[in-house]
Design a protein around this ligand. Structure first.
Ligand code: GLN
Length: 492
């Protein structure tokens, strides 16, 4: 069952060839076997999980099942889930039990899905390797000496190692797509505002967006049907009509115009990853697509712009962790100011502190115009680049990440090298556009391991159904997305 699509799991559940309790137990067994090594899940609550599975079985028996009823999912620990410890990968929230559900969680609950547990992540979603988590790193199931990518590293490893049927993630600058590329699965960051941010712990509010992490585009479409939708509790939620994201999967790609941005194939892209992407483009030509040369001239400015804007927003969002209402509070302090300072000094890790410092600096009087305002202006230019490009093509393709998975510890002392992991993903967040990464092949590492690489598909605003169609058609003629890592048995 572990390599089955969501559709076939649903069919099996509704035909009662397997119960949700049995399926859930199968995943829990795998989690017991592999999670001590991989560290994908940081919170498990089997009683709650199995109770949901029982409720799903009752719903199936009553004949009122939906497409995802009874299917076990992993939830990134950035989503508040009532009664579950919800940490966002931080010591600051290590003991925080969410008093309410994020919209994403309640949508999965309403669909009758089962929550297998909360997954590890970079602290407050800041990172590209999962190494900033207070709960320790996550191992890439393709090679335990390498990172899974980040910040949704736990969900990524859980999907790749088949420790869940599929998972949720969030993407502020690439955190669904970069791990999808490094772990070899299909991940989608929707158009900004399509999925509610209610109850999703904020990092950079104008960029954060939740999305599905699954084996295939077909699976992602089913999850989007559950996750997307207007929510008046999120002031940036877009009142976009409900769609069936599976509706166009079978459409032919004849005549599809694919734009290839020159800037995405320039210096900085690993030559072996470039080969994988070129082969995927060839496959699209065979499917009838037309290739168009395009330019996104401001691509090189996307990282500097992001590292002004995201820290600025983070410094504001994270000011709520003051040790007063919730979160970590220092045990000993002299007065109120000392309590704030000690609680924050103890509760936040180094990367989070770096971002708060940068963010506070760029927003401060005298520097605001030079940094924050300038970055907002360039953000507009980056969005305009895409608007111009979409006059010439239907979708844009390129790599999702510049390299395959790197070694644990390889980039921890060099934040800029780490930041460059998102060079091909960050500009879509700045523009609010949807992007996805699909498995497109493997690259042999210097130490003889097959490591996955992802093709990125960027679509126009609200064009997710077409992107999923474009991905699905490729997945009908290739089987990269079905490949599973061979994992050593038991603990390491
Ligand atoms: N790697 C980027 C960062 O560290 C993006 C993270 C994300 O998308 N959450 O901010």
């Amino acid at each position: 069952m572990i390599n089955s699509s969501l559709k076939s799991l649903s069919t099996a559940l509704q035909a009662k060839t397997i119960s949700s309790v049995e399926l859930t137990q199968e995943y829990l067994n795998r989690i017991h076997q592999f999670n001590p090594t991989i560290n994908a899940y940081i919170t498990l609550d089997e009683a709650k999980t199995l109770a949901q599975a029982q409720a799903a079985d009752a719903r199936i028996a009553a004949g009122s099942a939906d497409a995802l009823t009874g299917i076990p999912f992993a939830q990134k620990d950035i989503f508040c889930a009532k009664g579950w410890v919800t940490t966002c990968g931080s010591k600051m929230l290590a003991n925080f039990v969410a008093p309410y559900d994020a919209d994403v969680i309640s949508q999965f609950d309403a669909a009758g899905a089962v929550n297998l547990g909360k997954t590890n992540m970079d602290e407050f979603a800041m990172g590209s390797s999962n190494e900033t988590s207070f709960f320790g790193g996550v191992k890439n199931p393709w090679d335990f000496s390498r990172v899974p990518g980040g910040s949704s590293g736990g969900s990524a490893a859980a999907v790749a190692a088949r420790l869940c049927a599929a998972a949720t993630g969030t993407d502020t600058g690439g955190s669904i797509r970069q791990p999808a590329s490094l772990c070899g699965f299909t991940g989608l960051k929707p158009t900004y505002g399509l999925v509610s941010r209610y109850g999703m712990i904020a990092f950079a509010s104008s960029l954060d967006q939740a999305g599905p992490m699954a084996k295939s585009a077909e699976d992602c479409a089913l999850m989007m049907n559950v996750m997307a939708g207007f929510d008046e509790r999120d002031s940036t939620s877009v009142n976009h009509p409900k769609e069936d994201y599976s509706r166009d999967l079978k459409q032919s790609l004849k005549g599809l115009k694919i734009g290839l941005p020159r800037e995405y194939f320039a210096e900085g892209l690993d030559t072996s990853v470039a080969k994988v992407i070129e082969a995927a483009i060839e496959q699209y030509k065979k499917l009838g697509a037309e290739i168009i040369d395009i330019s996104l001239p401001n691509t090189s400015l996307s990282i500097p712009v992001y590292y002004v804007l995201a820290p600025a927003e983070a410094s504001s969002n994270l000011s709520r962790y003051d040790g007063v209402r919730f979160g970590h509070r220092a045990a000993q302090y002299d007065d109120l100011m000392d309590m704030y300072m000690k609680s924050r000094a103890e509760g936040f890790g180094a990367e989070v502190k770096r971002r708060i410092l940068i963010g506070t600096y760029v927003l401060s009087a005298g520097y605001y115009d030079a940094y924050y305002l300038k970055a907002q202006q360039i953000r507009r230019l980056i969005a305009q680049d895409f608007t111009d490009a979409f006059k010439k093509c239907d979708v844009i393709m390129g790599p999702a990440a510049p390299s395959t998975a790197f070694k644990i510890g390889e980039k921890t002392d060099d934040p800029v090298a780490m930041y460059l992991q998102d060079i091909y993903t960050i500009s879509t967040n700045l523009a609010g556009l949807p992007g996805m990464s699909i498995p497109a092949g493997f690259v042999m590492s210097e130490d003889g391991k097959d490591l996955p690489a992802g093709l990125q598909i960027i679509g126009n605003y609200f064009d997710e159904a077409r992107m999923l169609n474009v991905a699905h058609q490729y997945q009908q003629v290739t089987d990269w997305h079905m490949k599973m890592p061979v994992m050593p048995e038991g603990k390491q």
